[in-house]
Design a protein around this ligand. Sequence first.
Ligand code: PGA
Length: 261
Amino acid sequence: MKKQILIIGNWKMNPATSKEAIGLARGYTTISIPKHIEIVSAVPFPYLESIKSVYRSSKIKLALQNIYPSDAGAHTGEITFSMVAHLKPAYVLVGHSERRAMGESDDFLAQKVGYALKKNVVPVLCVGERTRDDSGQFLSVIKEQLQKGLALVSKAQISKVVIAYEPVWAIGKDATREATHEECREMMVFIKKVISDITGNSKQLPRIIYGGSVDDKNALDFINLGKADGLLPGRLSLDIKKITKLITILASYATSQKSKN
Ligand code: PGA
């Protein structure tokens, strides 16, 4: 296995209180994390500071759930990197479907991706279709989100971005159904093709992860058969027992892959 498996837990607007958030973060520090797995918590802004201190002697990294692509200015309610730079966030989610649903356009998301790279924070560009159709129109939705979202990134820098494929119909408690590992694999191939068409380079590709109703039962299939480089679990990331189980399963898979190489 070349790369580490990347697991970004998207806590969304949870837990409800700082005390619970600290409790959850403490739970994460009890998980034994092998070196071939990278664990990241995308936590609400107000909890970043205290969770950073809970994670201070652990390998777990922090992600921002959002960022405003400008250093300062009249942007009520927004947050920029200099405000959180001392907490050294490693990643920032860009274009999660819940933010796209609030009206964030592809052009605005492209600014965030470019801005994050400039600030040395890895952008995780989330793409995903709202529905699927038999004629494969959903593929052009993904292609457009990728082309527009990466429009301000130089060809040489595209491999630094992480792409999260998250079909909207598979996200959250109202999901229509879970995605299959075949659907995941097909999308991993498609996204690689779109990106290599942009860069003209099929060797240096970004990491592509999968999100949408990931749990301890389907996680290994998305990695092993679905060929995702990692996962972006939402609800599961709030359940310390299940996330521990997921990491244990992936750890033994990664070890078995390593011994094959
Ligand atoms: P879910 O959320 O795992 O609860 O479906 C995933 C996401 O929205 O990132």
